[in-house]
Design a protein. Structure first.
Length: 452
């Protein structure tokens, strides 16, 4: 699983700035807990080729004894418990405060691996800015500038090096080994019907379902067969034991949801037809795309819509989720089983597309035919040229196109090429990534062997 890094610190030290530096806004999932006005943000970051999950918590006030500050402190402690590593962020311009010392004590008691990070160090003598923080006893401080990015990449690389365990196979590696049981992450905002969908597919009440949002908490896996094919379903809202439903400490189930998406082959995004498309639906969809997962959108509770309401919903889906134009939208009723056969056919189609093999000769021919039909526009006196293409990976499919002047290909032309590749190879339900490389065809010159 991807390592999870949690950012903690007192209010206004730059936690959100660091979070935004590490992630893109579209991949941020906001957990808006009723009664808690300070949202928590979850995102996916990457340093080089190393991905990770990151959580931006609320301002941490561990000495709080009541009200909102107490709830936020409890939630932050819950996040620390589930973290692989913790960024303790302090403000280098304000210096060490009494509240920093209290937080440091609570972090030492947690037993977690802590990186003491001194933010806003730009323009300061870094050794001086960090000096007074040594007394916290959390090791050597890391001076950074979250706003400008100074020192951030080195910090994250050090953290990832420290928490790295035995390498786990990526989902596409599992498929390469011949794994026939697709792993499906069922994602969506609370009470959209994720658990009801799985229960209906299984024909049994395997998960707790309720009209109360957030009934389920910990991700679980359920294996089942549908029309002769085996699947593993993950309810990414998770299952919370009945005895702990009233537990005031919020479990950070969003982290588990993100981990499940990373380990899945296909994501089913469940949208509540009665509520329409929310910003949270868009945030989750964006994270699924960033993770490169094949996607099917299950528009649930459609049996309760009139014909006019369904038409309005279709228009809203096309407008609000237009960046999921590669995905199938299936209108279902998880409660009575309407549309589930079509849903699973769309899952199979997306899974096949995610792992499709595209031979280099055919892929190169598709690219050349596309160029012959519609040449790329000139940049000055020169026209970009694409010489050959090969597959660079799957889940999602990656096409690597080699040529000259590729940096001058406009986005509109890149979308055109993506559309042609999709159409020829019937890549329905999966993101497609095309990487453009400047250089000559290695098969034309030299020994004919590709450089390793």
């Amino acid at each position: 699983m991807l390592p999870t890094l949690v950012i903690v610190g007192r209010p206004n030290v730059g936690k959100s700035t660091l979070f935004n530096r590490l992630t893109r806004s579209r991949s941020a999932i906001v957990a808006d807990t009723p009664g808690v006005t300070r949202d928590r943000h979850y995102g996916r970051g990457r340093v080089g080729a190393r991905p990770f999950l990151v959580v931006d918590t609320g301002g941490f006030e561990p000495a709080a004894s009541a009200g909102l500050p107490l709830q936020m402190a409890r939630q932050t402690l819950g996040a620390i418990t589930e973290a692989d590593a913790v960024v303790f962020l302090a403000d280098g311009r304000e210096g060490l405060t009494a509240q920093d010392a209290v937080i440091a004590q609570r972090l030492r008691e947690s037993g977690q691996r802590i990186w003491l990070v001194i933010n806003k160090a730009e323009g300061l003598d870094r050794s001086v800015a960090a000096a007074e923080f040594h007394e916290l006893g959390l090791g050597a401080p890391w001076p950074v500038s979250a706003a400008h990015g100074d020192g951030v990449a080195a910090l994250i690389e050090d953290m990832l090096d420290a928490v790295a365990g035995a390498p786990e196979p990526e989902p596409d590696d599992a498929a390469e080994r011949g794994e026939k049981r697709p792993r499906i992450a069922v994602v969506g905002r609370p009470n959209a019907g994720k658990s009801t969908l799985i229960n209906t597919l299984l024909g049994a009440e395997r998960l707790i379902t309720s009209e109360t949002a957030g009934t389920t908490r910990d991700s679980i896996e359920v294996e089942f067969d549908h029309r002769g094919r085996g699947y593993t379903l993950v309810d990414t809202a998770g299952l919370r034991r009945r005895a702990r439903v009233s537990d005031p400490i919020e479990k950070f189930s969003v982290i588990r949801a993100m981990q499940a998406i990373e380990q899945a082959n296909v994501a089913i995004l469940v949208v509540d037809a009665l509520e329409g498309v929310s910003d949270q639906d868009g945030n989750i969809a964006g994270y699924v795309i960033d993770a490169g997962r094949a996607t099917v959108v299950a528009v649930n509770k459609c049996d309760r819509l009139s014909a006019a309401e369904r038409s309005q919903l279709k228009a809203q889906l096309e407008r609000r989720l237009n960046y999921l134009d590669f995905a199938r939208f299936q209108f279902i009723s998880a409660r009575n089983g309407q549309g589930l056969d079509a849903l699973m056919r769309a899952v199979d189609e997306a899974y096949r597309a995610a792992f499709l093999k595209m031979p280099t000769p055919r892929l190169t021919r598709v690219v050349r035919d596309a160029i012959a039909a519609y040449p790329p526009p000139r940049k000055g006196l020169n026209r970009p040229k694409l010489r050959y293409a090969h597959q660079g990976g799957n889940n999602p499919p990656i096409v690597v196109a080699h040529g000259t002047g590729v940096a001058n290909l406009p986005q509109s032309y890149r979308r055109y090429l993506e559309g042609r590749v999709r159409a020829v190879f019937k890549l329905h339900g999966t993101p497609l990534r095309i990487e453009y490389r400047q250089g000559d065809n290695p098969y034309v010159h030299g020994s004919g062997r590709r450089a390793r």
